[in-house]
Design a protein around this ligand. Structure first.
Ligand code: PMP
Length: 403
């Protein structure tokens, strides 16, 4: 599948040190960009650039049309009901903070509770802790099993009459676990509680349909899905967004302003204060079109097969400890080898031209649960190959011989 596609990613033929070519296995941190994305953005800078929404002139209208066409592309990609439910943010982190702040202000009071899980990224923990400091809300935490699945049997017991929201990651950025989000939504809704899904690690790997999931909010980042940095999305059900106050004040999000009283703009602009990164919107839309042309189903099939291959090959390495479930997992593999420190492993693999991530992966509570400080993490894209997995395995073996 990927020989032709790899040609779209110029960086993949870069030489790192004296190694050729680069083996890039840090896709969960950020993906590389196809030239189509970069070219769409360059084209807009060269030929269209003007601030959106405020101009009557030709370029401003064209830039606005591109931005709103991008919103429609995102709507289609998530199968949201309406473009009014698609808000552009800077990324997953900002999307979660927007909900924490705005939903918190509208619906939460001291002593109220938010349910999260033990495998959350810091952005889905600390955002709520800030609301603990501001409003006095508390976190309830759904534990995981030793092999990195949610303890779904304990979920019901976490609800109380103070539960206001469940906020859960779709796919763990450390374990690759795919969480049963539809089941979680069903349980939460039976308690009248809405659900936010952190889709940073799901959207790049398989088709997502927010109506099918039934979730109330869904967040993802452009840069993890082959788009540019600095752009992300918050999907929110209209019935919630309508009742939530703006997150930030400024241009774009208002209807009328006086020193005495300001009225706010309609959705989605109410949540988009200031000049948006409209060039990045174009890049993101181009990335989503690119993926849709390949087909998210096809991407999922290829990556699952590659991950299975990687799991099989890696598990043959003596002394390796692989974290996370054996099945129902996405293209992320965290591991430790013998007593080799994750940082040493990552640094030495890097000298062999293999890029992996090391550390706590912004999931310190999960590391604590696993009783470790950090892991080495290899994460895959559709442009990765079995040869690259073999290079990783050989690299690990070489590092082993040095210890
Ligand atoms: N949630 C998860 C599961 C992630 O993997 C990440 C990025 N590592 C984030 C949230 C934060 O994404 P961003 O830094 O793009 O806002």
């Amino acid at each position: 599948m990927n020989d032709e596609l790899r040609k779209d990613f110029p960086i993949l033929i870069r030489k790192i040190y004296d190694r050729y070519p680069l083996v890039y296995l840090d896709n969960a941190a950020t993906t590389q960009k196809p030239r189509q994305v970069v070219e769409a953005m360059t084209d807009e800078y060269y030929n269209v650039n003007a601030n959106v929404h405020r101009g009557v002139h030709f370029l401003s209208q064209q830039a606005t049309d591109l931005q709103e066409a991008g919103r429609e592309t995102v709507r289609r990609f998530l199968n949201a009901r309406s473009v009014e439910e698609i808000i552009f943010t800077r990324g997953t982190t900002e999307s979660i903070n927007l909900v924490a702040s705005s939903f918190g202000q509208a619906f939460m009071h001291e002593g109220d509770e938010v349910i999260v899980t033990e495998m959350e990224h810091h952005s889905n923990i600390v955002s709520w802790q800030l609301m603990h400091d501001r409003l006095g809300i508390n976190l309830r935490v759904l534990p995981i099993t030793d092999d990195g699945r949610l303890r779904m049997d304990l979920l019901e017991g976490l609800f109380s009459e103070r539960t206001r929201l469940v906020s859960v990651t779709h796919v763990s950025n450390v374990l690759g676990t795919v969480n049963p989000v539809s089941d979680i939504v069903q349980i939460a809704h039976s308690h009248g509680v809405p659900v936010l899904v952190d889709g940073a690690q799901s959207t790049p790997h398989f088709p997502v349909d927010v109506q099918q999931l039934g979730c109330d909010f869904f967040a993802f980042s452009g840069h993890k899905i082959y788009g540019p940095t600095g752009i992300g999305v918050l999907y929110g059900r209209r019935e919630w967004l309508d009742r939530m106050p703006p997150y930030m004040g400024g241009g774009e999000m208002i209807k009328t302003v006086s020193f005495e009283h300001t009225t706010y703009n309609d959705l989605p602009y109410k949540f988009e204060a200031g000049t948006p990164d409209y060039i990045a919107v174009t890049g993101l839309a181009r990335a989503l079109d690119y993926l849709s042309q390949i087909g998210m189903d096809q991407i999922q099939r290829y990556e699952r097969d590659l991950t299975r291959y990687a799991l099989d090959r890696l598990s043959q390495i003596e002394g390796i400890r692989i974290f996370g479930p054996q099945d129902e997992r996405e293209a992320v593999i965290s591991f430790l080898v013998g007593d080799i420190h994750h940082l040493d492993m990552g640094t030495l693999l890097d000298r062999l031209g293999i890029a992996v991530r090391t550390g706590h992966h912004c999931a310190e509570p999960l590391m604590r649960r696993l009783g470790i400080e950090g892991t080495v993490r290899a994460s895959f894209s559709f442009y990765n190959t079995r040869d690259e997995v073999d290079a990783l395995v050989e690299g690990i073996r070489r590092v082993q011989t040095m210890f």
